[in-house]
Design a protein around this ligand. Structure first.
Ligand SMILES: CSC[C@H](NC(=O)[C@H](Cc1ccccc1)OC(=O)N1CCC(N)CC1)C(=O)N[C@@H](CC1CCCCC1)[C@@H](O)Cn1ccccc1=O
Length: 329
Protein backbone atom coordinates (compact mmCIF):
# COMPACT_ATOMS: atom_id res chain seq x y z
CA UNK A 1 0.00 0.00 0.00
CA UNK A 2 1.08 3.57 -0.66
CA UNK A 3 -0.08 7.17 -0.30
CA UNK A 4 0.50 10.30 -2.33
CA UNK A 5 -0.47 13.82 -1.29
CA UNK A 6 0.01 17.10 -3.12
CA UNK A 7 1.62 19.96 -1.24
CA UNK A 8 1.54 23.66 -2.10
CA UNK A 9 3.58 26.73 -1.11
CA UNK A 10 1.59 28.96 1.25
CA UNK A 11 2.64 32.27 -0.37
CA UNK A 12 4.96 33.89 -2.93
CA UNK A 13 7.95 33.37 -0.63
CA UNK A 14 7.36 29.59 -0.26
CA UNK A 15 7.21 30.27 3.49
CA UNK A 16 5.36 27.04 4.31
CA UNK A 17 4.02 24.03 2.42
CA UNK A 18 0.37 23.10 2.89
CA UNK A 19 -1.03 19.57 2.60
CA UNK A 20 -4.70 18.62 3.07
CA UNK A 21 -5.40 15.92 5.66
CA UNK A 22 -8.76 14.13 6.26
CA UNK A 23 -9.66 13.56 9.92
CA UNK A 24 -12.68 11.70 11.30
CA UNK A 25 -15.97 10.27 9.99
CA UNK A 26 -17.34 11.92 7.95
CA UNK A 27 -14.01 13.40 6.80
CA UNK A 28 -13.08 16.84 8.06
CA UNK A 29 -10.35 18.22 5.74
CA UNK A 30 -7.72 20.45 7.35
CA UNK A 31 -4.71 22.18 5.71
CA UNK A 32 -1.63 21.15 7.72
CA UNK A 33 2.07 21.94 7.59
CA UNK A 34 4.06 18.67 7.36
CA UNK A 35 7.10 19.05 9.61
CA UNK A 36 9.98 16.55 9.60
CA UNK A 37 11.42 18.65 12.48
CA UNK A 38 8.71 17.64 14.99
CA UNK A 39 6.58 14.64 15.96
CA UNK A 40 3.13 15.89 17.00
CA UNK A 41 -0.01 15.96 14.86
CA UNK A 42 -1.95 18.87 16.31
CA UNK A 43 -4.91 20.87 15.00
CA UNK A 44 -7.04 23.93 15.58
CA UNK A 45 -10.30 22.51 16.93
CA UNK A 46 -13.70 23.18 18.49
CA UNK A 47 -11.71 23.47 21.74
CA UNK A 48 -9.52 26.34 20.48
CA UNK A 49 -10.71 29.71 21.81
CA UNK A 50 -13.03 31.25 19.19
CA UNK A 51 -10.96 34.45 19.04
CA UNK A 52 -7.81 32.43 18.24
CA UNK A 53 -9.53 30.08 15.78
CA UNK A 54 -11.12 32.78 13.65
CA UNK A 55 -10.07 32.34 10.00
CA UNK A 56 -8.87 28.77 10.58
CA UNK A 57 -10.52 25.48 9.52
CA UNK A 58 -11.13 23.52 12.74
CA UNK A 59 -11.58 19.85 13.72
CA UNK A 60 -14.67 18.99 15.80
CA UNK A 61 -14.26 15.58 17.48
CA UNK A 62 -17.94 15.72 18.52
CA UNK A 63 -18.89 15.61 14.84
CA UNK A 64 -16.80 12.49 14.14
CA UNK A 65 -18.33 9.05 14.86
CA UNK A 66 -14.82 7.55 15.08
CA UNK A 67 -13.34 10.13 17.51
CA UNK A 68 -12.42 8.93 21.02
CA UNK A 69 -11.05 11.11 23.82
CA UNK A 70 -7.64 9.88 25.05
CA UNK A 71 -8.52 10.49 28.70
CA UNK A 72 -5.90 12.12 30.90
CA UNK A 73 -3.60 12.92 27.97
CA UNK A 74 -2.20 16.37 27.24
CA UNK A 75 0.49 17.91 25.03
CA UNK A 76 2.53 21.11 24.83
CA UNK A 77 5.10 22.11 22.20
CA UNK A 78 7.41 25.06 21.49
CA UNK A 79 9.17 25.37 18.11
CA UNK A 80 12.49 26.87 17.05
CA UNK A 81 10.80 30.14 16.07
CA UNK A 82 9.35 30.34 19.61
CA UNK A 83 5.79 29.66 18.43
CA UNK A 84 3.88 27.27 20.70
CA UNK A 85 0.62 25.38 21.27
CA UNK A 86 -0.89 22.93 23.77
CA UNK A 87 -4.08 21.00 24.56
CA UNK A 88 -5.70 17.58 24.97
CA UNK A 89 -5.81 14.47 22.79
CA UNK A 90 -8.28 12.38 20.77
CA UNK A 91 -7.75 9.38 18.57
CA UNK A 92 -9.46 9.29 15.20
CA UNK A 93 -9.09 8.06 11.61
CA UNK A 94 -6.54 10.16 9.72
CA UNK A 95 -6.10 9.86 5.95
CA UNK A 96 -3.15 11.37 4.05
CA UNK A 97 -2.90 10.98 0.29
CA UNK A 98 -5.43 8.15 0.26
CA UNK A 99 -3.75 6.11 3.02
CA UNK A 100 -5.68 5.79 6.30
CA UNK A 101 -4.50 5.20 9.86
CA UNK A 102 -7.57 4.10 11.81
CA UNK A 103 -6.51 5.21 15.29
CA UNK A 104 -4.15 8.21 15.12
CA UNK A 105 -3.50 10.54 18.07
CA UNK A 106 -4.99 13.90 17.01
CA UNK A 107 -3.82 16.59 19.40
CA UNK A 108 -6.50 19.25 19.87
CA UNK A 109 -5.28 22.79 20.64
CA UNK A 110 -6.81 24.55 23.63
CA UNK A 111 -4.03 27.18 23.41
CA UNK A 112 -2.07 28.55 20.41
CA UNK A 113 0.54 31.34 20.28
CA UNK A 114 0.05 34.56 18.29
CA UNK A 115 2.09 33.34 15.31
CA UNK A 116 -0.36 30.46 14.82
CA UNK A 117 -3.42 32.69 15.32
CA UNK A 118 -2.14 34.96 12.53
CA UNK A 119 -1.01 32.14 10.23
CA UNK A 120 -4.49 31.36 8.94
CA UNK A 121 -3.26 29.32 5.94
CA UNK A 122 -2.61 26.34 8.21
CA UNK A 123 -4.81 24.62 10.81
CA UNK A 124 -1.98 22.79 12.52
CA UNK A 125 1.01 20.54 11.94
CA UNK A 126 1.58 16.91 11.01
CA UNK A 127 4.90 15.86 12.50
CA UNK A 128 7.08 13.53 10.42
CA UNK A 129 9.91 13.34 12.93
CA UNK A 130 10.80 10.31 15.08
CA UNK A 131 8.32 9.17 17.79
CA UNK A 132 10.83 10.00 20.56
CA UNK A 133 10.05 13.68 19.91
CA UNK A 134 6.30 13.43 20.61
CA UNK A 135 5.14 15.66 23.52
CA UNK A 136 1.98 13.82 24.67
CA UNK A 137 1.94 12.95 28.39
CA UNK A 138 1.66 10.66 30.34
CA UNK A 139 2.26 8.34 27.32
CA UNK A 140 3.94 9.59 24.10
CA UNK A 141 1.99 8.89 20.91
CA UNK A 142 3.18 7.73 17.51
CA UNK A 143 3.33 9.95 14.42
CA UNK A 144 1.00 9.28 11.51
CA UNK A 145 3.90 7.93 9.44
CA UNK A 146 5.11 5.68 12.28
CA UNK A 147 1.59 4.21 12.56
CA UNK A 148 1.43 3.78 8.77
CA UNK A 149 4.96 2.41 8.21
CA UNK A 150 4.25 -1.28 8.82
CA UNK A 151 1.36 -1.30 6.35
CA UNK A 152 3.14 0.72 3.65
CA UNK A 153 4.89 -1.11 0.80
CA UNK A 154 8.17 0.32 2.15
CA UNK A 155 8.75 2.12 5.50
CA UNK A 156 9.77 5.42 3.86
CA UNK A 157 8.38 8.68 2.50
CA UNK A 158 9.69 11.23 0.04
CA UNK A 159 9.40 15.03 -0.04
CA UNK A 160 9.29 16.79 -3.41
CA UNK A 161 8.88 20.48 -2.55
CA UNK A 162 8.84 23.01 -5.39
CA UNK A 163 9.24 26.78 -5.86
CA UNK A 164 5.79 28.27 -6.54
CA UNK A 165 4.46 24.98 -7.85
CA UNK A 166 2.58 21.95 -6.53
CA UNK A 167 4.87 19.28 -5.09
CA UNK A 168 4.19 16.00 -3.28
CA UNK A 169 4.72 13.86 -0.20
CA UNK A 170 4.73 10.18 -1.25
CA UNK A 171 4.43 7.39 1.29
CA UNK A 172 5.71 3.81 0.80
CA UNK A 173 7.35 4.32 -2.59
CA UNK A 174 10.02 6.34 -4.39
CA UNK A 175 8.99 7.92 -7.71
CA UNK A 176 12.47 8.25 -9.20
CA UNK A 177 11.05 10.11 -12.24
CA UNK A 178 10.78 13.13 -9.91
CA UNK A 179 14.60 13.29 -9.82
CA UNK A 180 17.24 14.08 -12.49
CA UNK A 181 20.23 12.57 -10.66
CA UNK A 182 20.95 9.42 -8.64
CA UNK A 183 19.85 9.14 -4.98
CA UNK A 184 22.78 9.51 -2.56
CA UNK A 185 22.07 7.83 0.80
CA UNK A 186 23.61 8.74 4.15
CA UNK A 187 22.82 7.58 7.72
CA UNK A 188 20.03 9.47 9.52
CA UNK A 189 20.28 10.18 13.25
CA UNK A 190 16.79 10.17 14.78
CA UNK A 191 17.92 10.22 18.42
CA UNK A 192 16.79 13.82 18.96
CA UNK A 193 13.45 13.28 17.23
CA UNK A 194 14.33 14.87 13.90
CA UNK A 195 16.22 13.75 10.77
CA UNK A 196 19.92 14.49 11.44
CA UNK A 197 22.62 13.87 8.83
CA UNK A 198 26.07 15.05 7.73
CA UNK A 199 26.92 16.65 4.40
CA UNK A 200 30.52 15.90 3.40
CA UNK A 201 31.41 19.34 2.00
CA UNK A 202 30.12 22.37 0.13
CA UNK A 203 30.96 24.84 -2.63
CA UNK A 204 29.77 28.16 -4.01
CA UNK A 205 29.03 28.85 -7.67
CA UNK A 206 29.80 25.41 -9.07
CA UNK A 207 33.35 25.21 -7.69
CA UNK A 208 34.76 21.85 -6.53
CA UNK A 209 33.28 20.65 -3.21
CA UNK A 210 35.56 21.27 -0.22
CA UNK A 211 35.86 18.75 2.62
CA UNK A 212 34.28 20.86 5.35
CA UNK A 213 31.49 18.61 6.62
CA UNK A 214 28.18 20.13 7.74
CA UNK A 215 26.06 18.31 10.33
CA UNK A 216 22.41 19.39 10.36
CA UNK A 217 18.81 18.32 9.93
CA UNK A 218 16.49 17.90 6.96
CA UNK A 219 13.50 19.98 8.02
CA UNK A 220 10.41 20.52 5.84
CA UNK A 221 8.97 22.83 8.54
CA UNK A 222 11.74 25.42 8.26
CA UNK A 223 11.62 27.90 5.39
CA UNK A 224 15.30 28.77 5.11
CA UNK A 225 18.69 27.09 4.72
CA UNK A 226 20.39 27.92 8.04
CA UNK A 227 24.15 27.20 8.22
CA UNK A 228 27.30 28.25 10.15
CA UNK A 229 28.56 31.82 9.77
CA UNK A 230 31.74 30.78 7.94
CA UNK A 231 29.65 29.07 5.24
CA UNK A 232 27.20 31.98 5.04
CA UNK A 233 30.07 34.47 4.70
CA UNK A 234 31.83 32.33 2.07
CA UNK A 235 28.61 32.47 0.05
CA UNK A 236 27.70 36.15 0.39
CA UNK A 237 31.32 37.26 -0.25
CA UNK A 238 30.35 36.50 -3.85
CA UNK A 239 27.31 38.78 -3.72
CA UNK A 240 28.32 42.39 -4.37
CA UNK A 241 25.38 44.13 -2.68
CA UNK A 242 24.96 41.69 0.24
CA UNK A 243 24.75 43.22 3.71
CA UNK A 244 23.35 42.30 7.12
CA UNK A 245 20.07 44.13 7.77
CA UNK A 246 19.30 44.46 11.49
CA UNK A 247 15.62 45.13 11.01
CA UNK A 248 15.27 42.09 8.75
CA UNK A 249 17.48 40.00 11.06
CA UNK A 250 19.35 38.60 8.09
CA UNK A 251 21.43 39.18 4.95
CA UNK A 252 19.74 41.19 2.19
CA UNK A 253 20.91 42.20 -1.30
CA UNK A 254 19.70 43.89 -4.50
CA UNK A 255 16.97 41.76 -6.05
CA UNK A 256 18.65 42.38 -9.44
CA UNK A 257 21.85 40.57 -8.39
CA UNK A 258 22.63 37.32 -10.14
CA UNK A 259 23.20 34.96 -7.17
CA UNK A 260 25.71 32.08 -7.30
CA UNK A 261 24.53 28.52 -6.70
CA UNK A 262 25.28 26.64 -3.45
CA UNK A 263 26.24 22.94 -3.55
CA UNK A 264 26.69 20.32 -0.84
CA UNK A 265 27.88 16.74 -0.95
CA UNK A 266 25.70 14.01 0.55
CA UNK A 267 25.83 10.23 0.22
CA UNK A 268 28.36 10.39 -2.61
CA UNK A 269 26.26 12.74 -4.73
CA UNK A 270 26.19 16.54 -5.06
CA UNK A 271 23.07 18.64 -4.57
CA UNK A 272 23.20 22.07 -6.19
CA UNK A 273 20.76 24.79 -5.11
CA UNK A 274 20.46 27.28 -8.01
CA UNK A 275 21.02 30.92 -7.05
CA UNK A 276 17.44 31.67 -8.06
CA UNK A 277 16.17 29.61 -5.11
CA UNK A 278 18.37 31.61 -2.73
CA UNK A 279 16.98 34.91 -3.99
CA UNK A 280 13.95 34.32 -1.83
CA UNK A 281 11.69 37.36 -1.73
CA UNK A 282 11.62 41.17 -1.52
CA UNK A 283 11.87 42.35 2.09
CA UNK A 284 8.46 43.99 1.55
CA UNK A 285 6.10 44.29 -1.38
CA UNK A 286 7.62 46.19 -4.28
CA UNK A 287 11.01 46.58 -2.61
CA UNK A 288 14.14 46.10 -4.75
CA UNK A 289 15.95 44.69 -1.71
CA UNK A 290 15.65 40.92 -1.33
CA UNK A 291 16.01 38.63 1.71
CA UNK A 292 18.44 35.72 1.41
CA UNK A 293 17.28 32.09 1.50
CA UNK A 294 20.63 31.19 3.14
CA UNK A 295 21.04 32.66 6.61
CA UNK A 296 23.09 32.06 9.77
CA UNK A 297 22.25 29.24 12.19
CA UNK A 298 24.48 30.82 14.88
CA UNK A 299 21.70 31.74 17.31
CA UNK A 300 19.92 28.40 16.87
CA UNK A 301 22.81 26.03 17.53
CA UNK A 302 21.84 23.55 14.84
CA UNK A 303 22.20 23.67 11.04
CA UNK A 304 18.88 23.36 9.23
CA UNK A 305 18.49 22.23 5.61
CA UNK A 306 15.02 23.75 5.31
CA UNK A 307 12.74 24.28 2.31
CA UNK A 308 15.32 26.37 0.35
CA UNK A 309 17.57 23.29 0.23
CA UNK A 310 14.80 20.70 -0.04
CA UNK A 311 13.36 22.43 -3.14
CA UNK A 312 16.52 21.48 -5.08
CA UNK A 313 16.10 17.77 -4.39
CA UNK A 314 13.92 14.72 -4.09
CA UNK A 315 14.51 13.69 -0.47
CA UNK A 316 13.91 10.14 0.80
CA UNK A 317 13.17 9.81 4.53
CA UNK A 318 13.90 6.10 4.95
CA UNK A 319 12.79 5.02 8.44
CA UNK A 320 13.35 1.31 7.77
CA UNK A 321 17.04 1.81 7.01
CA UNK A 322 17.49 4.91 9.26
CA UNK A 323 18.91 6.85 6.31
CA UNK A 324 18.26 9.93 4.21
CA UNK A 325 18.45 9.93 0.40
CA UNK A 326 19.04 13.07 -1.65
CA UNK A 327 18.68 13.28 -5.46
CA UNK A 328 19.18 16.40 -7.61
CA UNK A 329 15.93 17.62 -9.24
C1 LIG B 1 14.99 27.89 13.70
S1 LIG B 1 13.69 26.92 13.20
C2 LIG B 1 12.53 28.09 12.67
C3 LIG B 1 11.35 27.40 12.03
N1 LIG B 1 10.34 28.35 11.60
C4 LIG B 1 10.36 28.81 10.36
O1 LIG B 1 11.14 28.47 9.50
C5 LIG B 1 9.21 29.77 10.04
C6 LIG B 1 8.10 29.00 9.35
C7 LIG B 1 6.93 29.94 9.15
C8 LIG B 1 6.85 30.72 7.99
C9 LIG B 1 5.77 31.56 7.82
C10 LIG B 1 4.76 31.62 8.79
C11 LIG B 1 4.87 30.85 9.94
C12 LIG B 1 5.96 30.01 10.12
O2 LIG B 1 9.70 30.79 9.12
C13 LIG B 1 10.68 31.61 9.57
O3 LIG B 1 11.11 31.57 10.70
N2 LIG B 1 11.13 32.47 8.62
C14 LIG B 1 10.53 32.50 7.31
C15 LIG B 1 10.24 33.90 6.89
C16 LIG B 1 11.47 34.79 7.02
N3 LIG B 1 11.16 36.14 6.60
C17 LIG B 1 11.96 34.78 8.46
C18 LIG B 1 12.26 33.37 8.89
C19 LIG B 1 10.68 26.44 12.98
O4 LIG B 1 10.54 26.69 14.16
N4 LIG B 1 10.21 25.34 12.36
C20 LIG B 1 9.48 24.33 13.13
C21 LIG B 1 8.18 23.99 12.41
C22 LIG B 1 7.38 25.28 12.12
C23 LIG B 1 6.82 25.89 13.42
C24 LIG B 1 5.97 27.10 13.12
C25 LIG B 1 4.85 26.78 12.17
C26 LIG B 1 5.37 26.17 10.89
C27 LIG B 1 6.22 24.94 11.18
C28 LIG B 1 10.40 23.10 13.35
O5 LIG B 1 10.63 22.42 12.13
C29 LIG B 1 11.75 23.57 13.89
N5 LIG B 1 12.36 22.53 14.72
C30 LIG B 1 13.26 21.67 14.14
C31 LIG B 1 13.91 20.71 14.92
C32 LIG B 1 13.62 20.64 16.30
C33 LIG B 1 12.69 21.50 16.85
C34 LIG B 1 12.04 22.47 16.05
O6 LIG B 1 11.20 23.27 16.50
Amino acid sequence: QTGSANTNPSDSADDEYITNVSIGTPAQVLPLDFDTGSSDLWVFSSETPKSSASGHVTYSPSKSSTAKKLSGASWSITYGDHSSSSGDVYTDKVTVGGFSVSSQAVESATKVSTQFVQDTVISGLLGLGFDVGNTVKPRAQKTWFSNAANSLAQPLFTADLKHQQTGSYNFGFIDTTLAKGPIGYTPADGSEGYWGFTATGYSVGGAKLNRNSITGIADTGTTLLLLDDDVVNAYYNNVESAQYDDSQQGVVFDCSEDLPSFSFGVGGTTITIPGSLINLTPVSDGSSTCFGGLQSSADIGINIFGDVALKAALVVFDLGNERLGWAQK
